[in-house]
Design a protein around this ligand. Structure first.
Ligand code: ATR
Length: 305
């Protein structure tokens, strides 16, 4: 058995309990234990959810031996999402959802009754579920979506809009080639029938003028990171503006959007909603993202953790 770190308290682990955790390197201040801990209490489930620092070279051993740790599964965070995909693909090629395959990255792992590994990418569900809840009247048909950034978070969000069936997606990125490559890759992987293309950031003013939805998928604007320097003036009045950054809760981008009367979608909801499918797999209850849970996380963020 590996040495358990920090939050794995023995008293949290009665033998009968279902257990799960989040793994990353470093794991830092992950908010996943707070989310799952809230649901375990709310639904009176005899289970536990911890966090665990797993080094890249330990990842395969960890995932292939979840039962040894008494784990029903885990969440995967930076930098393991792509490596975890490859490990599950090797161990159980049937165990990946079509979306996980298209993205070649996973954030949620579970074992079936036979002990076989399965994995999904629930960031897509997380973003789209929160987006739909925040803008209930929004419909994908005919929409033009502008995504800033072409990293891991952009992959999930672009995939979500492609699946939803929007008409146009433009990925604008500092490194323009990465934007073209991502647009082409996901268009093919998801058999997207709309128009998908890449662009450089200098094209933003023209792109904004034609966008119905704008999403920042970079960490720009996060506390401690450079600002996202963007003027929303060209954006149509009824556009929707979303940010995946949730520290601060209301980013400068969202403030600017709100000041123009645009609909806004914050980053915290994505974090909350991406946790739903994993909890259901491990603990057997589809949990609700409540206002109380959101306030718990908001308080934690405001305390500056
Ligand atoms: P993640 O997986 O969290 O999305 P990532 O893969 O490192 O993180 O992607 C970060 C994104 O933010 C990239 O699109 C990156 O642009 P490049 O592809 O040109 O690197 C973008 N990004 C990071 N810092 C930036 C900056 N200072 N200005 C503009 N874009 C930036």
């Amino acid at each position: 058995m590996h040495e358990l770190q920090g939050v794995f308290m023995p008293e949290e682990y009665p033998h009968s309990a279902q257990k799960a955790c989040v793994i990353g390197w470093p794991i830092g201040h992950s908010r996943s234990p707070m989310i799952h801990g809230y649901w375990l209490r709310r639904y009176g489930i005899d289970g536990a959810y911890g966090k665990r620092a797993v080094q890249p070279e330990e990842l395969e051993d960890f995932l292939l031996n979840l039962p040894r740790e008494g784990l029903a599964g885990c969440n995967i965070t930076v930098p393991h999402k792509e490596a975890a995909f490859r490990i599950v693909e090797q161990a159980n090629p049937q165990g990946l959802t079509p979306l996980a395959r298209a993205l070649a990255a996973v954030n949620t792992v579970w074992l079936d009754e036979a002990g076989m590994l399965h994995a999904d990418n629930t960031d897509v569900h997380g973003f789209m579920a929160h987006f739909a809840a925040s803008v209930p009247a929004w419909r994908a048909a005919g929409q033009r979506v502008l995504v800033i950034g072409a990293g891991g978070a952009a992959r999930a969000i672009v995939a979500g809009f492609m699946q939803a069936g929007v008409a146009h997606i433009t990925i604008a990125n500092r490194t323009e080639e990465k934007a073209h490559a991502l647009a082409a890759e996901l268009q093919q992987a998801l058999d997207f029938r709309g128009n998908a293309k890449g662009a450089g950031l200098e094209a933003l003013p023209q792109l904004l003028a034609r966008a119905d939805v704008l999403v920042n998928t970079t960490t720009l604007g996060m506390t401690g990171q450079p600002a996202l320097d963007i003027d929303l003036a060209p954006l149509p009045d009824d556009a929707v503006v979303a940010d995946i950054v949730y520290v601060p809760l209301k980013t400068a981008l969202l403030q600017q959007a709100e000041a123009r009367g645009a609909h806004t979608v914050d980053g915290l909801g994505m974090l909350l909603h991406q946790a739903v499918p994993g909890f259901e797999r491990w603990f057997g209850v589809r949990p609700e993202v409540t206002g109380e849970l959101r306030r718990l996380l908001e308080a934690d963020i405001e305390q500056g953790h």
